[in-house]
Design a protein around this ligand. Sequence first.
Ligand code: KIV
Length: 285
Amino acid sequence: MTRTMNVRGEGSAKRKLTTFDVVAMKSRGEKIVAITAYDALFASLVDAAGADLILVGDSLASVLCGEETTLSATMEQMTYHGRIVARGASRALVVVDMPFLSYQVSIEEAVRNAGNILKHTGAGAVKLEGGSEVLDTVEAIVGAGIPVVGHLGFTPQAVHALGGPRIQGMDEDAAMFLEDDAVALEEVGAFAIVLELIPTSLARRVTEVVSVPTIGIGAGPDCDGQVLVLHDMLGLNEGFSPRFLKRYAELGRATREAVADYAQEVRAGSYPTEEHGYEPAGDGG
Ligand code: KIV
């Protein structure tokens, strides 16, 4: 509770959304708007724009660090980026991805790592990938009082095992497995489930069968919410254009053009001009 709030959680400041608010949105039929952010500046912008959930994705390994996959993300990176995102978010629920090998080795390590993420970031929940193979882990983390978002379908930490970023759940057997995994994740306490790269019809089926919200990426329009990688939807990641992605801006092009203009003006001596400079007798600008 912040200093400005009374015991009922009401106050003059914007109230931080909780996992309960996100779950309640499904029952009210309100779509959940989720988006990634990796720093305080972008977190404050997406928060001000009305995002309900900010995901500090381990996609930062590829988006920010130029890696091929998300496998290199570390606890240190996720903790650092989680902390600076939480600093920038005043309303949205902040969820931090558990990086590869932080929850797969043992349940004890997983609980400790999940706890350390909450302890050192100020985030409200963690996300981890997988179905039947992580159920005991999710149950233990939730049992320790740490809210968990599940992640099914294409799970990027398993990219090598899955043979690349492919649509999952394409045949009926695979679809049934995925549906069972979603039901099981809800049973062990996950409060939301990300569905990545699965057919629209399967995402609809899963969304109907579980009572916790589904948040889709490349899973069609029928999920309870949607998540996109901010840098992708802003067009900063110019080489990345899968079918599911809609670019809401072309900031890659805008950045190149702006820096090219700056370079041209510096070389031509037209920036800075006298009016950008300072003199002792001036107005002190
Ligand atoms: O790491 C990430 O950004 C994600 C989203 C793509 C859901 O897991």
